[in-house]
Design a protein around this ligand. Structure first.
Ligand code: 13P
Length: 255
């Protein structure tokens, strides 16, 4: 039985109350109907402000149904220091994070997360025993020019080269083409994403924990995406921001 990773980042959405209500409902659903979610590894990534509250709402990590994991959307590469407005890996770990999302295209585009910085952040996560979720993906112009495979390999190599096999073993990669993400994103044809996924699988597939796909995933395309031999899970935004939407995706991904 292969494990299918299905996670959601809430991006800059949800109040504390909304985050806690979602978390409580999620734990209850996973606990009440474990058979519905067999073979799925769920993870949720709230805003930093909601991490500690969601952690508490999910209950002790070792008791969470389906091995549910909690993640943070980003963290600084330094453990502490004069970095106003930033949070560190030890801080998000203290608030309950077990996974750290690194290099999402929105951070690369708007917050100067270069390949070099993603490499530092991956190392910071590993230093503290957290699981890096490295996001890679090519912009529209690169895809049109036929450079998708090279672009995502450059991003992945730049962040991951030099890690030991033990370190790589706890890394997740999410292939998220920039042109497919968000409300202005274009839903991909599987033929468009299979090439970059093949490249990532070819170079890293045996060495990392899993390679996921993200970008305009929804209940209508999840099964087709998961049927690709190169996709070991889904990383979801909009379609999982309601609890019912997320649970539907988890059920579709289940055995
Ligand atoms: P959407 O699912 O809303 O396209 O967002 C995907 C994403 O960016 C997940 O990180």
């Amino acid at each position: 039985m292969t494990t299918r990773w299905v996670g959601t980042s809430w991006k800059m959405h949800k109040t504390l109350a909304e985050s806690v209500t979602y978390a409580q409902g999620l734990v209850a659903a996973l606990r009440d109907e474990p058979g519905e979610y067999a073979g799925v590894q769920p993870f949720v990534i709230p805003s930093h402000t909601a991490l500690a509250s969601v952690d508490e709402a999910l209950g002790p990590a070792r008791d969470r149904p389906a091995g549910l994991l909690l993640g943070a959307q980003d963290a600084h590469w330094e453990d502490a220091g004069a970095w106003t407005g930033e949070v560190s890996v030890p801080q998000v770990a203290d608030a309950g994070a077990q996974v750290i999302e690194i290099g999402h295209s929105e951070r690369r585009e708007h917050f100067a997360d270069s390949i070099e910085r993603t490499a530092w952040k991956v190392r910071a996560a590993l230093r503290h025993g957290l699981m890096p979720l490295l996001c890679v993906g090519e912009p529209d112009a690169v895809q049109r020019a036929g450079g998708s495979r090279e672009h995502v390999l450059d991003q992945a190599r730049g962040a991951l080269d030099g890690l030991s096999s033990d370190e790589l073993d706890s890394v997740l990669i999410a292939y998220e083409p920039v042109w497919a993400i968000g409300e202005h994103g274009r839903t991909p044809h599987t033929a468009e994403i299979d090439g970059p996924l093949q490249s990532l699988q070819g170079e890293f597939g045996d060495r990392v924990q899993a390679v996921l796909y993200g970008g305009s995933v929804n209940a209508g395309n999840a099964v087709e995406l998961l049927a690709l031999g190169t996709v070991e899970g889904l990383f979801v935004g909009r379609a999982a921001w309601s609890l019912s939407g997320y649970l539907e995706l988890l059920r579709l991904a289940a055995d």
